[in-house]
Write a protein that binds this ligand. Sequence first.
Ligand code: NAD
Ligand code: DAU
Length: 349
Amino acid sequence: MKNILVTGGAGFIGSNFIRHMLEKHQEYKIINVDVLTYAGNLENLKGIANEQNYKFIKADIRDRKKIDDIFTTYNITTVVNFAAESHVDRSIEEPEVFLTTNIIGTQVLLDTAKKYWKVNPDDKYCKQYKPGVKFLQISTDEVYGALGSTGMFVEAMPLLPNSPYSASKASADLIVRAYHETYGMPVNITRCSNNYGPYQFPEKLIPLMINNCINNKDLPVYGDGMQVRDWLHVSDHCSAIDTVLHKGADGEIYNIGGNNEKTNIEIVKLIIKTLGKSEELIKYVKDRPGHDRRYAIDNSKITSQLGWAPAYTFEEGMKETIEWYLNNTDWIYNIVSGDYQMYYMKMYD
Ligand code: NAD
Ligand code: DAU
C-alpha cells in the first residue's frame, strides 16, 4: 500500500484531490497535513473524516520535527505538496509568509523525503531511492509570468514571476528541480492554470463574484476587466495530478490546462446572467499592482505523453459550480462571517 502525504489537504484543491483519491484508489492511505490557515477548512472534508484509509494531522510544513515524526509513523512513500499561501492579493499585502511557507516549507518536505527515501542517506553520491517513491510539487502557470495577446506557456520557458506569490512558487519549483539534479530525487512538478469548482475560498474571482452576486453586492472588477485567465475545473486538475502521480517520468514538469481562455469581465457577466441579476452590480475598481495581463497553457505534453484530457466543458463546469454555491450557502456563510469580513473590508472598501 502507498502512504500518500497530501499537504494543504484542507484547502480548495487539496480537499477535492483527497476526495478524488479516496474514490478512485481504495488501495492507498492518505495522510492529510494542514496547519489550517484562514484558507484551510475541515468542512471541505466533511463526510470522510472517519474513513479507514484517511488521517488528518494538524501540522505546519515548516515544522521539521513534526514532519519527520509523520514520515516515521506513517511510512510515507509519496508526497503531493499543495500546502501554500495561494492568493496573489494577499501576497502583495504581506509577502513574508509566502516565502516561508511556499519555499522553506517545500524544502523541509524535500529534505525529510530525502532522508527517508534515499537508499543510502549518508552517501552524498548515492542517487538511488527506494522503489515507487515520488515527490509531486503542485505549482502554477503564474511562474511563467504574463503573456501578450498571443502565445502560450510551454514547460521549457524561462520563469518570470511577477508577484510575491508567483516568485515564491517559482523558487519552490527551482528547489524541487535542484533536489532532482543534485540528489537524484524522483520528482514531478505540475503547473496548472486557474481552477474553479466547489470549496474554493471566496477571496478568488469566481466564488467571490458568485457570493456577491447572490447577495446583490458590488462586483469589484480590477482595471478594465480584460485580463485573460485559462480556466480548468478542479476535478480535471485532480485527474491530471493522479495521472502524473502514476505515469509522470522522473524529473519532468507538466503543464495542466483546459484551453478555456476567458476575460475576467466575460466571467463576471456569465455569473450575472446565470443568476438573473443586473450588470449594474459591476463596479470597476483600481487595478491589482503588477497585474498579469494574460495566461494561457499549452497542455500538449501531458495530453500526448500521458494521455490525460479534461472532462468538463467550461459551460457545464460553471453551471454546476454556480449551483453548488447556491446549494451550499451555509458553507460560504461560515467563512464570510469571520476574519474574511475584515480582509474584505481592507481590500475593497
Ligand atoms: P488554498 O489557499 O485553498 O489552500 C491552501 C492550503 O494550504 C490551506 O488548507 C492551508 O491551511 C494550507 N497551508 C498553508 N500554509 C501551510 C503550512 N505552512 N503548513 C501546512 N499547511 C498549510 O489553495 P488552493 O487554491 O487549494 O491551491 C493549492 C495549491 O495549488 C497551491 O500550492 C497553489 O499554489 C496551487 N495552484 C492553485 C491554483 C488555483 O487556481 N487555485 C492553480 C494552480 C496551482
Ligand atoms: O493561474 C493560477 C493561479 O490562479 C493560482 O496559482 C493562484 O493560487 C490562484 O489564486 C489564481 O491566481 P489569480 O490571481 O489568477 O486568481 P484570482 O481569482 O485572484 O484572480 C483572477 C483574475 O480576476 C485576476 O485577473 C484578478 C481578477 N480579479 C480578482 C478578484 C479577487 C478581479 O478583477 N476582482 C477580484 O475581486
